[in-house]
Design a protein around this ligand. Structure first.
Ligand code: PMP
Length: 409
């Protein structure tokens, strides 16, 4: 049973209390795409704009000082949240996608050569595939992938063969955004480091739902997004080990990331400014503080446990829907993500039908075309849970799915 006080939690999320034209209360099960925000985060954004908004790290005036202080408070909160060794290891980005692109460009271009290998997995999001494809195109590096098992777990039996002295980067999701699989990041990091490869963890689906300790993972880079963890859209974080970030050239050039500029040359700033060119997402980064505080207050282990119990309940209720197949491993090995297909029914029809009942899910390939190809399907329906979802909502989902099968079948 869940340890969360759902009534209290739900009261903090204004958007959850709206009804549609048919008077259905919103059942929001699209948290894998983006979460909702508690009032503390919304109020923080309003407060910044009403009381202390100004550009950061620039002005000599009072407002700029206040904005800068709060921007740095958010960096400190993030450092603590991740258990990073230094604030210099926390780079504000626009999201997971930008963080991965930053590493592929800056670290990748400086360190990869023709014939070097980049090891990915078959369950990666396009954000953790395409930047590496582009890097391979630029450098002549070779892409390989850890295959998945029938039930949607990484097949680590292949790891010894796939990891060679040519492997320079291993990039993997901590949690699959489709299968929900929780991957053994620590084991992969250890094996990768043993051959001298670096590891980037796409933690977009992990940081919002489980306590992350980047030092325990020992990963070299970790990327995630604010909007999936109760924070604003437009802001994200790239964690990198300080010794590695120090050696890397800047990614984007512009204001803030320099030490000295002359007409024909520049020297870069120290960390973390070196990787924060231009005006950052100021209010959005500042509002990461209340988002993190909210998650810490509720407690990430309780959040994960709650979501897993909802996923288990969904598995149970959906089990006997005719023709329905849930993707990924059994509930003990995954986070609160339940993706499924139904024989003979289009995922888009199911999702539209569910929307008509107030149930918001995602359908399509979820930016994982290679995974869907591997599974032999073109699209799936995904319900993804968060701390404010309830057992009643899982029941509404299951009822609506059942009704949709009757309706279309
Ligand atoms: N990786 C994974 C596993 C994701 O689920 C997502 C978001 N769907 C991303 C990367 C990309 O995140 P963003 O769009 O915030 O950059």
């Amino acid at each position: 049973e869940s340890q969360l006080d759902l009534e209290r939690i739900r009261a903090d999320f204004p958007i959850l209390h709206q009804v549609d034209d048919e008077n259905n209360l919103l059942v929001y099960l699209d948290n894998g795409a983006s979460s909702q925000r508690p009032k503390s985060v919304i109020d923080c954004l309003t407060d910044v704009y009403q009381r202390y908004y100004a550009n950061v790290h620039r002005g000599a005036h009072r407002l700029s000082g206040e904005s800068t202080d709060l921007f740095e408070v958010a960096r400190k909160a993030t450092q603590r949240f991740l258990n990073a060794a230094s604030e210099n290891e926390v780079i504000f980005t626009s999201g997971t996608t930008m963080g991965i692109n930053l590493v592929a460009r800056s670290w990748g271009d400086a360190n990869l050569q023709t014939g070097d290998e980049i090891l990915l997995t078959e369950m990666e999001h396009h954000s953790n595939l395409v930047p590496w494809h582009q890097l391979a195109q630029r450098t002549g590096a070779v892409i390989k992938a850890i295959p998945i098992t029938e039930d949607g777990q990484l097949d680590l039996d292949f790891l010894p063969k796939l990891l060679t002295e040519r492997t320079k980067m291993v990039a993997l999701a901590a949690v699959s955004n489709v299968l929900g699989t929780i991957n053994p990041v620590g084991r992969v990091v250890e094996a990768a480091h043993a051959v001298g490869a670096k590891v980037l963890v796409d933690a977009a689906q992990a940081v919002p739902h489980e306590a992350i300790d980047v030092q325990r993972w020992d990963a070299d880079f970790v990327a995630f997004s604010g909007h999936k963890m109760l924070g604003p859209s437009g802001v994200g974080v790239l964690y990198g080990k300080e010794s590695i970030l120090d050696e890397m050239p800047p990614f984007l050039g512009g204001g803030s990331m320099i030490d000295i500029v002359e007409i024909d040359r520049f020297t870069p700033a120290m960390l973390p400014a070196k990787f924060e060119a231009g005006t950052p997402p100021i209010a959005d980064a500042i509002a990461m503080t209340p988002a993190i505080e909210y998650l810490e207050k509720v407690g990430l282990s309780a959040i994960l446990q709650h979501e897993q119990s909802l996923a288990a309940y969904a598995h149970q209720l959906l089990a006997d829907v005719p023709g329905l197949r849930i993707l990924g491993p059994d509930v003990t090995k995954k986070a609160g993500i339940v993706s499924f297909v139904i024989d003979g029914l289009a995922a888009s029809d199911i999702a539209t039908f569910l929307d008509g009942r107030g149930v918001a899910v995602r359908e399509g390939h979820h930016c994982t075309l290679p995974l869907h190809k591997k599974l032999g399907i073109s699209a799936s329906v995904r319900a993804s849970f968060y701390l404010y979802n309830t057992r009643e909502e899982v029941e509404k989902l299951a009822d609506a799915v059942r009704t949709s099968v009757d309706f279309f079948g």
